[in-house]
Design a binder for this molecule. Structure first.
Ligand SMILES: NC(=O)c1ccc[n+]([C@@H]2O[C@H](COP(=O)([O-])OP(=O)(O)OC[C@H]3O[C@@H](n4cnc5c(N)ncnc54)[C@H](OP(=O)(O)O)[C@@H]3O)[C@@H](O)[C@H]2O)c1
Length: 317
């Protein structure tokens, strides 16, 4: 009996490997628009797709970022400025993309731009702190997508939305996790709506990677900024030692961040170039072997794993 189970499993993985390996033709004629190309995954993906001969349209937040990207890539790659918080900026970038792609339409849209700060325990933050992140990670992504849909429909193209393992489980406060849960929900409903037009929607769920989003100093600054402005009563309830534990936790997290960003950009590349893209890609061994399996477990198990970090050890109040 075990022989048949093993043979069936072997056949399944062989079939999956064969499907995954099939690549689209005419890649050099395909246009891909990527948001947040100044740094991190977006920047690496722009350079990676450019070296494969695709026509990359890289959107950067800053002029400096755009110039650096242009200097590091071929003549084919074009850049524009985009701030996803502003609908005016999104509309301008859409007109620019429309002129670039012409009748062909847009093959790929990679919604990558994102931020992770301010982050801290929820009670230490304000509504404005939550808004700041959700405005970029979720509402900005929705705005860009809605503007680009007619161009994507024309090419029967692909939308690649960058979520996170934090789109499946939330174990720290602030707007980041809610924004990524929103990305998952938006992407799921969009996938159902777009299937009839031949447009595919893929979700990327990376674990921890070493970029500005996970930068130790920025995490420390974020904790510090929210801590110093807290009313005395709240500070007393948590206590200085809890605050120091949060800071230490951020430092410990650094050693868990992978420096290999191509684990993520390879998933994005597959979503854009494979004949059979997957609906969801998990990137990084922490995502694949720890966070994603844990997200399917009962809630008490999740609380057991993450709850300890938030336990107040001394009574302050
Ligand atoms: N690093 C991780 O561990 C991790 C894990 C899961 C998911 N992610 C997601 O991956 C995506 C890329 O992040 P990353 O890790 O590569 O960090 P990153 O290097 O900071 O990249 C984010 C990019 O978005 C840009 N950006 C920020 N605000 C923007 C705005 N208002 N409009 C347009 N662009 C804006 C940034 O520009 P500037 O550089 O000029 O600020 C930067 O180029 C994000 O959606 C993030 O949530 C990251």
């Amino acid at each position: 009996m075990w022989f048949y189970v093993a043979a069936l499993l072997g056949f399944f993985f062989l079939l999956r490997w064969y499907r995954d390996k099939q690549v689209l033709r005419n890649l050099t004629e395909k246009y891909v628009f990527i948001t947040g190309c100044d740094s991190g995954f977006g920047n690496l993906l722009a350079r990676q797709l450019d070296s494969r001969g695709l026509r990359v349209l890289g959107a950067c937040l800053t002029q400096e970022g755009a110039e650096k990207l242009k200097g590091a890539t071929s003549e084919r790659l074009q850049t524009t400025l985009l701030d996803v918080r502003s609908t005016e900026s999104v509309a301008k970038a859409t007109e620019w993309v429309k002129n670039c792609v012409g009748e062909k339409g847009l093959w790929g849209l990679v919604n990558n731009a994102g931020i992770s700060f301010p982050c801290a325990p929820n009670e230490w933050l304000t509504k404005e702190d939550f808004k700041k992140i959700i405005d970029i990670n979720l509402l900005g992504m929705i705005d860009v997508t809605i503007h680009m849909l007619p161009l994507l429909r024309r090419a029967k193209g692909r939308i690649v939305n960058v979520s996170s393992i934090m789109g499946r489980m939330a174990f720290f406060g602030g707007g980041y996790c809610p924004s990524k849960y929103g990305v998952e929900a938006f992407s799921d409903s969009l996938r159902l709506e777009m299937a009839t037009f031949g447009v595919k929607v893929c979700i990327i769920e990376p674990g921890y990677f070493r970029t500005a989003v996970t930068n130790e100093k920025l995490v420390h600054d974020s904790f510090n900024n929210s801590w110093v402005r807290l009313p005395q009563e709240v500070k007393k309830a948590y206590g200085e030692s809890f605050f120091q534990r949060m800071i230490q936790g951020a430092t410990d997290m650094q050693s868990k961040c992978s420096p290999n960003l191509s684990l993520v950009t390879n998933c994005m590349e597959h979503a854009l170039t494979a004949v059979h893209p997957r609906t969801r890609y998990s990137a990084g061994s922490d995502a694949k072997y720890f966070f994603i399996p844990l997200s399917y477990m009962p809630t008490w198990m999740y609380d057991l794993v993450f709850g300890g970090a938030y336990r107040i050890k001394e009574q302050h109040a």
